[in-house]
Structures are given as structure tokens and as C-alpha cells.
Design a protein around this ligand. Structure first.
Ligand code: GLN
Length: 199
């Protein structure tokens, strides 16, 4: 199994460290030719979604990655990555990949609560540490997506949705790669393994 980490900007090294600790091979996606190396899943790290979105287009990587995700490639996205996947960003025209039918709010916790740590329940895993850094949250997920079972809310903190799954895409407002608990990455890797077994 090989997991590709988008390494244009932001906190990609932290995800690579988790993958190393879990004994998973990883490659970095830095330019269009990296997309030719075979891989089984993608990680979209935190950082600045507007910068990442711009670089993806400028480097000619956007369309291929969007297509891979639409075709079912498993994705784990944190923070800015969650914004890249959202079909709607509040107060903003258009979206980036737009592969998860949900509306997100950027920098949603304001200045005072810009960064914080908590421990909350995560569906199917239990209590996990959650580190938020100028985080977004999910305002709502499409009702039909939820009703069909394709969409699932995985974590809620202070009545705000901070973790979702849509088909093979996992998106979190917090940063599981910054805490020693590896269970969320492990759950993602289980999904990658299942999708390899199905292929
Ligand atoms: N505020 C950033 C954005 O809007 C996300 C912050 C992060 O990834 N830690 O893209």
C-alpha cells in the first residue's frame, strides 16, 4: 500500500511521520509528474486552502486529483484539506475540488478561540485528542447525502460538525496528525486497504 501526501504547502510532514510510524509507504505529490506514480490513497494536509487551491491549478495537478477522488480513491483531509473538498465555502464563490456535498465555514472559531485542544467522541473509535488551528467547521452536510448513508457525521464539538465521511473521503477540521493517537489514520488506512481488496 502506498499513500500520497499532497506536499505543496502546510503540515504535510506531520502526516508523513504518522504513516512512517504505522509502517506505510508514502510518496509526496509536489508536481504533476508525481501523479504518475501509482498510489492507493491521498492525504490533503492542513495549511492555507486558498494557497493550496491556487498551486494545484498552477502546477497542473488539480484535474487529475479531482478525477481520482471522484473515481473513489480514498482521501484523508485535515483542516485546509477539508475546505478543498467542500462543495460550498460560506461567503465565497465557487469551491475547490467540491467532492463532498457540504457547506464549510473558514476560520470559524474567530480570533479568541483560533486554536484549541479538546478530547471528544469520534464515531466508531471513541474519545480522541483533537487539536484545532484556525479551524473551519462544517455548517451542514447535504441532507440527501446523509439520508443515503453515503455521508456520515463522525465528530461534533460544541455542537459544530468537525469530522465527516462521504463515500471514501474522510475530512476533519482538526489535526489528528499532531497528536500521538494514530487511530484516525489507521481507520483511513483500513478504508484504503478495503478499496485495494475490491479492485
Ligand atoms: N484557516 C486555514 C484555511 O482557511 C485552515 C487552517 C489549517 O489548515 N490549519 O485554509
Amino acid at each position: 500500500m502506498t499513500v500520497a501526501v499532497l506536499a505543496l504547502q502546510g503540515a504535510f510532514a506531520e502526516h508523513e511521520n504518522v504513516l512512517k510510524r504505522l509502517g506505510v509507504d508514502c510518496i509526496e505529490l509536489r508536481q504533476a509528474k508525481d501523479l504518475e506514480t501509482p498510489y492507493d490513497g491521498i492525504i490533503l494536509p492542513g495549511g492555507e486552502s486558498t494557497v493550496q487551491g491556487k498551486l494545484l491549478k498552477e502546477l497542473g495537478m488539480f484535474d487529475t486529483i479531482k478525477e481520482q477522488i471522484e473515481n473513489g480513491m480514498p482521501v484523508l483531509a485535515t483542516c485546509a484539506g477539508l475546505i478543498l473538498l467542500a462543495s460550498e465555502v460560506e461567503g465565497q464563490e465557487g469551491c475547490h475540488f467540491g467532492t463532498i456535498p457540504m457547506c464549510v465555514r473558514r476560520n470559524a472559531y474567530g480570533r479568541q478561540l483560533g486554536s484549541f485542544y479538546t478530547e471528544e467522541c469520534f464515531d466508531g473509535i471513541g474519545t480522541v485528542p483533537m487539536t484545532f488551528i484556525r479551524a473551519p467547521y462544517v455548517v451542514e452536510m447535504d441532507k440527501d447525502a446523509l439520508a443515503s448513508g453515503n455521508g456520515q457525521i463522525l465528530a461534533v464539538v460544541n455542537n459544530r460538525i468537525v469530522g465527516v465521511r462521504y463515500k471514501n473521503q474522510f475530512a476533519f477540521a482538526f489535526h489528528p496528525e499532531l497528536d500521538p493517537d494514530t487511530r484516525i489514520h489507521q481507520a483511513f488506512l483500513d478504508c484504503v486497504k478495503d478499496s485495494i481488496d475490491l479492485a
